[in-house]
Design a protein around this ligand. Structure first.
Ligand SMILES: *Cc1c(COP(=O)(O)O)cnc(C)c1O
Length: 379
């Protein structure tokens, strides 16, 4: 029986723990497991290879992505690294020109020197994707919505353009499976920084890869064990606990973001609001088709330039000035000087008057009051 997403969030792919009936999977703080006879075990030999807390998390998150297989990693970048290691020297990979900075750094400064041929392209332009494909292209890496400009990539369109023989991986960190399920849209792999919305409480760093393809899954399991970038059992527990409330949190993130956008759209100090839910925004039609909600990330530019943007970041009290995103608390940041400082001077440079919000689950009225006081007399 197929169950609603909200129900999967709570129950996932895991039932009570069989040995004791514990409703919640215990944190299995053990590195090794007794073998009654040489070679006899219950599927657990050593915790880099397999751990029950990790297995419970993997089954749970795979269920949320509608995947048959899932592999948890020590961070979002460790998960991304495992996907890039599916390729071989000489293989060509397309990355979005505005991919998460760490993804670009990993591809260009770790995998390109080892032989991967890395090229960036504007993935919102399917013609550009088609003309960038080469006979050696093995992977198209998608991110949607993008960070921090919240541009939308048509996942079905990219999968169709890529065709058979080219893997499509979607970094689903911003949307989460609550809003968008890449595997159902034709992607081969859905990748997460569970540090963000899946964990949801700013208390753990983690990564995850989901797939329906058995061959890819067994290669990922091999890499997880061979490379060893695995999460500890406590980290797995924290991510799994966060995932249980994902559906309700995302509902509130989306509703609060819509309220914040309403305020910003009408504010004289604000030049432009970037949010895929806005009917006039370039990605709106695709977002309305492939997402169940428009998400909790909102960016905007200020008429008063960089000084006004820095001033808003200084003034907010409920919105905390910090990097990262996707947790219960509202965060504000200045991408040009913070998360995207490393791309200054490149084609990926972000506007100096840009502010990014990760809208949390507080009362909307308090968020609006905070932004109102932070924006006063800035126009
Ligand atoms: C944070 C983030 C990552 C990297 O994840 P870590 O857990 O920090 O390693 C990758 N992609 C996106 C979209 C992110 O926001």
């Amino acid at each position: 029986m197929s169950r609603a997403f909200e129900t999967e969030c709570v129950h996932g792919g895991v039932g009570p723990e069989p040995a004791t009936g514990a409703v919640v999977t215990p944190v299995y703080l053990t590195s090794t497991y007794v073998q009654p006879e040489v070679g006899q075990h219950a599927g657990f030999e050593y915790s880099r290879t397999q751990n029950p807390s990790r297995l419970a998390l993997e089954r749970h998150l795979a269920a949320l992505e509608g995947a048959a297989y899932g592999h948890a990693f020590a961070s979002g970048l460790a998960a991304t690294d495992a996907v890039l290691r599916l390729l071989a020297p000489g293989d060509h990979v397309l990355l979005p020109d505005d991919a998460y900075g760490g993804t670009i750094r990993l591809a260009l400064r770790v995998h390109a020197p080892a032989g991967l041929v890395v090229e960036t392209v504007d993935l919102t332009d399917l013609d550009a994707v088609r003309s960038a494909l080469r006979p050696t292209t093995r992977l198209v890496w998608v991110e949607t919505p993008t960070n921090p400009l919240l541009r939308i990539v048509d996942i079905e369109g990219v999968a169709a353009a890529a065709g058979a023989g080219v893997l499509v991986a979607v970094d689903n960190t911003f949307a989460t499976p609550a809003l968008q399920q890449p595997l159902s849209l034709g992607a081969d792999l859905a990748v997460h920084s569970t540090t963000k919305y899946l964990g949801g409480h700013s208390d753990v760093v983690g990564g995850f890869v989901a797939t329906r393809n058995e061959a890819l899954a067994s290669r990922l399991a091999f890499l997880q064990n061979a490379v060893g970038a695995v999460p500890g059992p406590m980290d797995c527990f924290l991510v799994q606990r966060g995932a249980k409330t994902l559906a309700v949190r995302m509902d509130r993130h989306c509703a609060n973001a819509a309220a914040v956008v309403g305020l910003l759209e009408d504010h004289p100090a604000v030049e432009r609001v970037l949010w895929p839910g806005l009917p006039g925004s370039p990605g709106h039609a695709v977002a309305a088709r492939q997402m169940r909600g428009f998400g909790g990330m909102v960016s905007f530019t200020l008429r008063g330039g960089e000084q006004a943007a820095l001033e808003v970041c200084r003034r907010t009290e409920v919105f905390t000035l910090a990097e990262s995103l996707g947790a219960v608390e509202s965060l504000i940041e200045h991408p040009g000087r913070m998360t995207h400082a490393s791309v200054a001077g490149t084609t990926n440079e972000v506007p100096a008057n840009l502010v990014r919000l990760s809208v949390g689950i507080e009362a909307a009225a308090d968020l609006l009051a905070d932004l109102t006081q932070a924006l006063r007399r800035l126009s």
